[in-house]
Design a protein around this ligand. Structure first.
Ligand SMILES: *Cc1c(COP(=O)(O)O)cnc(C)c1O
Length: 388
């Protein structure tokens, strides 16, 4: 029986700084959106190279506000990958628009395929949602060119890609994930690279979009409680229907500490991911995707594809018995019951293929090199025993 790697389960790097930041908020007795949230927004915008950032209660909320701000609604189509978490697609249904699922490039690149994207753009298309799977940026040169040609807005779901850069030569070289399309959305959920438990952010360079997102976050109100408490406002107007998608000051306090750790944490992920790649290089039954897109990645997850989909459950079970927790990114959205009803005609052969063979191995900055070696060894042994 192998030693259980229980520390592999706790993926978030919280210490005395986070504790102190939370205590400060509690002692300040101001818990709802206030000066810490404003500071988190400013710091985040600076990191991501955007003019405006609006903190939200989640990335799902940020995506919903992004589509509303872009005036996507009933009758519109939104092009979106199916190879993603369902929260990328759900906001399209919130606004009454229709998702049109686009295939991925293939087993070496799990991101949106620009050619399939072009083919699926119809007369009702209004926007594209791009996901940077695992923190590896999608082919933004081509995707932005296609969007421009058809007059479509681009929203980046950068949930995996906080702190990632686009390094490919062209007009967007050097830009951060989320700052290339009209609006970029981020998640600070407990398993992401920057953790506040729950929380999200929308960034944009467009003041009009930033204004609409900010209003939508808080009931459509023109003034906040913080403005009123500060004597800056007595009354307010409602300019549009809004929601309560506000984060709390606790989110911002954690976020500010985590933001300071982000560069080092992402670099650590890169070291570990490189070690995995080296350890698995000789395995003929495994494909490690994104070999061509490594530079600039935030290495949110470490996805691998095994040859035989029928072996996946057995391989995962064997790893679990050895104390190694794996997951699957992702069961495609168009396979879920609700989306089968919504989009029964969807056919995405490359998404289906990759999704049936994918296993996500543990990766987070608190792991050691020895953890990686152990997991790679156990994974190779599992393949050898199971995938004949
Ligand atoms: C985590 C995640 C989301 C949802 O983020 P929340 O903050 O939990 O709403 C959306 N899209 C992708 C790709 C994600 O990984």
């Amino acid at each position: 029986m192998a030693k259980p790697l229980s520390h592999l389960l706790s993926t978030c790097d919280f210490g005395p700084e986070e504790e102190g930041a939370v205590i400060d908020v509690v002692r300040s007795k101001w818990l709802s959106v206030g000066e810490r949230t404003a500071e988190f927004e400013r710091s985040f915008a600076e990191m991501a190279g955007a003019h405006y950032a609006v903190a939200t209660s989640s990335c799902t909320a940020a995506l919903h506000l992004a589509l509303l701000a872009l005036r996507v609604g009933p009758g519109d189509e939104v092009l979106v990958p199916s190879y993603t978490f369902v929260a990328t697609a759900n906001p399209i249904l919130y606004v009454g628009a229709t998702p049109v699922f686009v295939d991925i490039c293939g087993q070496d690149d799990l991101n949106l395929d620009p050619s399939d994207l072009s083919e699926k753009i119809g007369p009702r298309a209004k926007a594209i949602i791009v996901v940077h799977i695992g923190g590896f940026l999608a082919d933004m040169n081509q995707i932005m060119a296609i969007a421009e040609r058809h007059g479509l807005s681009v929203v980046e779901d950068a949930s995996h890609a906080v702190g990632a850069q686009y390094v490919t030569e062209g007009p967007y070289q050097g830009r951060s994930a989320g700052s290339i399309g009209s609006i970029g959305c981020f998640s600070f959920f407990a398993n992401k690279n920057l953790v506040t438990g729950e929380g999200g952010m929308a960034i944009t360079n467009d003041p009009g979009l930033a204004h609409r997102i900010r209003l939508g976050r808080s009931h459509g109100m023109t003034q906040t409680s913080w403005d009123k408490a500060g004597g800056r406002a007595d009354d307010y107007d409602i300019e549009d229907v809004g929601y309560n998608y506000r984060p709390t000051e606790l989110t911002a306090a954690l976020g500010l500490v985590q933001l300071r750790k982000l560069t080092a944490a992402n670099l650590r992920r890169q070291e570990l991911a490189t070690r995995y790649r080296e350890a698995l290089a000789a395995e003929t039954k495994v494909t490690v995707p994104f070999q061509e897109r490594l530079a600039g990645s935030s290495h949110h997850i470490f996805p691998v594809l095994i040859d035989n989909p029928d072996s996946r459950n057995l391989v995962r079970k064997r790893l679990k018995d050895r104390g190694i927790q794996t997951s699957v990114h992702y069961p495609p959205v168009h396979h879920f019951t609700h989306y089968r009803r919504q989009c029964p005609q969807t056919r995405l052969p490359r998404t289906d293929d990759a999704a049936s063979r994918e296993i996500t191995l543990p990766l987070h900055p608190l792991m050691t090199g020895q953890d990686v070696d152990f997991i790679a060894r156990e994974f190779a042994a599992a393949l050898k025993n199971i995938c004949r």
